[in-house]
Design a protein around this ligand. Structure first.
Ligand SMILES: NC(=O)C1=CN([C@@H]2O[C@H](COP(=O)(O)OP(=O)(O)OC[C@H]3O[C@@H](n4cnc5c(N)ncnc54)[C@H](OP(=O)(O)O)[C@@H]3O)[C@@H](O)[C@H]2O)C=CC1
Ligand SMILES: O=C1O[C@H](COP(=O)(O)O)[C@@H](O)[C@H](O)[C@H]1O
Length: 599
């Protein structure tokens, strides 16, 4: 596949036609790109018909020319990206020929190969997300979905499996079954071994049949255990990569289990792929409220000026699940909660939260800032970590199992199912501010949220009204990633009446009340981005290196010293050690007395 690297031009997506992408389209999200039609024409040779990523609002002007704009007004703003893209496209004959730029989407096709199609993730997330995209009319006109795995299955059996496991948000919508039937007709299956070039060559033949001579773009989704990533990529690369379009590979976590194994995986994959072809997925980056973080920060004057050590006392990233590792114990025991949740999902959110303003929303600009902030962090130290493991608990006559009751978990395993950590960023903006993380399985609730606790008001006139616990009177911004998405700000307010009494109330943006639109699943956004060549929400290899550098030393120390986890009952709030850790940094976890407001 390396030979195909020039084909990963972001504009070469064969997805949605420009005219279909209007601001009202569900796939549309406007980016701050704008260009007058006259400037645009300068860059656009007559014969080339471009296909635009969905972030660009592409309009037909009155004179018939195409214009890209972010707003109805024709403001010309500097357009580094579009200019760069256009000039590289138009100046490179090789790219033009290779991407078949003279053709439009009617001449190209996207094949999505789900490798490991018989597995849990494929059934639970990938096929439903693909169907949701199809339902929303976000997939290209010509697309085919191929399941690939060792299990023997016919096309009909795959379709049956996909239809039975459809648990996506679309399933109660109008015409769902009709659309489902149409979608299933586009789904096929090929049974093969993961290390067989011959089997991938057979897949290639089938793909070609479906592509019908059009420009072929291929997306491989590696929904398989990590130990076979490289051999699949090798076989796909040698025997089933596109001959005249792009080839991209979505790689699922875990990306190694420490800095060394992650670097080795990257090295192995890069024998067959260039970095731009690798889409390392972290599905938390596809979550609506995580995607909204940058909007909240960078498009609201009231937040960004406060976003520093000057006003923020601490930041908390909290993940909890009210179920254990049931059914996934075999995988989990080799990784533990720090690798499963903290090193990736929570750290990614932290990076977006704490990074400096990127030059633009371009993938490389955003990822550059994320890398910078990650590299400004101190590697996590053992004294700043608490680990726990859930034990059996009986409540209301029901006995919930201990982690080690799972038959796939070795007896006496010390793998943490809970961890709390305090991290620090050594830069001018965040010096001294504790960034606390807490993640656990089998806790009392299922929630993921970011809590920003602000400093005390200096010389507060109302100090006396707050009693001794001044911390309770500070502002707190809560971004609830899930469930029941929302953003609320805790403020001090006068209780109406003749007395001067204060309380803490919430300014509350509750998504379900504010927006009638359903929130897409993270996998929908990420799959669509991968199809369109949009890399912003995928992890670049240097980001991954920086992330592992922070956690690898402590992970090794925990294992070498065989640190005993603190046991907590299934369904509880987790180990008390997490509170001591927070207290050492003058922090109280915000979720302890958390009221989760709704409108
Ligand atoms: N499930 C989830 O919720 C999540 C999963 N992931 C990641 O996504 C990937 C897929 O996960 P998931 O679907 O749960 O995985 P599965 O264990 O269900 O494996 C997927 C498929 O891979 C094949 N397979 C399983 N074990 C082996 C093996 N030892 N050797 C060769 N092939 C094997 C099987 O297909 P067949 O036998 O038919 O070939 C199986 O159906 C993994 O990397 C996982 O870490 C990430 C986040 C969440
Ligand atoms: O990556 C993972 O995420 C899930 C939680 O994802 P969510 O979208 O349901 O919050 C977690 O259960 C799993 O252990 C982990 O591997």
């Amino acid at each position: 596949m390396a030979a195909l690297s020039p084909l990963n031009c972001p504009t070469s997506s064969s997805s949605s036609s420009c005219s279909r992408i209007t601001p009202s389209s569900p796939c549309f999200s406007s980016r701050t790109l704008s260009l007058s039609s006259s400037s645009f024409k300068k860059f656009l040779p007559k014969k080339i018909s471009l296909q635009f990523p969905r972030y660009w609002n592409v309009l037909k002007t009155q004179d018939g020319a195409v214009a890209a704009t972010a707003s109805p007004s024709e403001n010309v703003t500097p357009l580094k990206n579009l200019k760069d893209v256009l000039s590289s496209v138009t100046s490179s004959k090789e790219v033009r020929e290779a991407t078949n730029f003279d053709t439009n989407e009617h001449d190209s096709t996207v094949s999505i190969v789900v490798v490991g199609a018989s597995g849990d993730l494929a059934k639970k997330k990938i096929f439903p997300a693909l169907f949701a995209l199809y339902y929303e009319d976000c997939l290209p006109k010509h697309f085919t979905v191929f399941g690939y795995a060792r299990s023997k299955m016919t096309d009909a059996e795959l379709r049956d499996m996909v239809s039975r496991t459809l648990t996506c948000r679309i399933d109660k919508r109008e015409n769902c079954s009709e659309k489902m039937e149409q979608f299933l007709k586009r789904c096929f299956y090929h049974s093969g071994q993961y290390d067989s070039e011959k089997n991938f060559a057979e897949l290639d033949t089938k793909l070609r049949d479906h592509e019908g001579g059009r420009v072929s773009n291929r997306l491989f989704y590696l929904s398989i255990p990590p130990n076979i990533f490289t051999e699949v990529v090798k076989c796909a690369s040698k025997s089933a990569s596109s001959a005249n379009g792009w080839t991209r590979v979505i790689v699922e976590k875990p990306f190694g289990r420490d800095a060394e194994s992650s670097a080795a995986l990257t090295r192995d994959l890069k024998q067959y792929l260039v970095e731009d072809q690798i889409f390392r997925i972290d599905h938390y980056l596809g979550k609506e409220l995580v995607e909204n973080l940058s909007v909240l920060r960078f498009s609201n004057l009231i937040f960004e000026p406060l976003w520093s050590r000057q006003y923020i006392r601490n930041v908390q990233f909290i993940f909890s699940e009210d179920f254990g590792t049931e059914g996934r114990g075999g995988y989990f025991d080799n990784y533990g909660i720090i690798r499963d949740i903290m090193q990736n999902h929570l750290l990614q959110i932290l990076a977006l939260f704490a990074m400096e303003t990127p030059v633009s929303l371009d993938a490389e600009d955003v990822r550059n800032e994320k890398v910078k902030v990650l590299r400004s962090m101190k590697p996590l130290q053992l004294e700043n970590v608490v680990v726990g493991q859930y034990k059996s608990h009986t409540k209301g006559g029901v006995t919930y199992p201990a982690y080690t009751d799972d038959k796939t978990v070795p007896k006496g395993s010390l793998t943490p199912t809970f961890a709390a950590a305090a991290l620090f960023i050594n830069n001018a903006r965040w010096d001294g501010v504790p960034f606390l993380m807490k993640a656990g399985k089998a806790l009392h609730s299922k929630i993921a949220e970011i809590r920003v606790q602000f400093r005390h008001v200096p010389g507060n006139l109302f100090n006396r009204s707050f009693g001794t616990d001044l911390d309770r009177a500070t502002n707190e911004l809560v971004i609830r990633v899930q469930p029941d998405e929302g953003i609320y700000l805790k403020i001090n307010n006068k209780v109406p009446g003749l007395a001067m009494r204060l309380d803490r109330s919430n300014l509350n943006l509750h998504y379900a009340a504010r927006y009638s639109k359903e929130i897409p699943d993270a996998y929908e956004r990420l799959l669509l981005d991968a199809i369109e060549g949009e890399r912003r929400l995928f992890i670049r290899s240097d980001e991954l290196d920086a992330a592992w550098a922070l956690f690898t030393p402590v992970l090794k120390e925990l294992e070498e010293k065989k640190v005993m986890p603190e046991f907590y009952p299934y369904g509880s709030r987790g180990p008390v050690g997490a509170h001591y850790l927070a207290a050492r940094h003058n922090v109280q976890w915000g979720d302890i007395s958390a009221e989760h407001p709704q409108v």
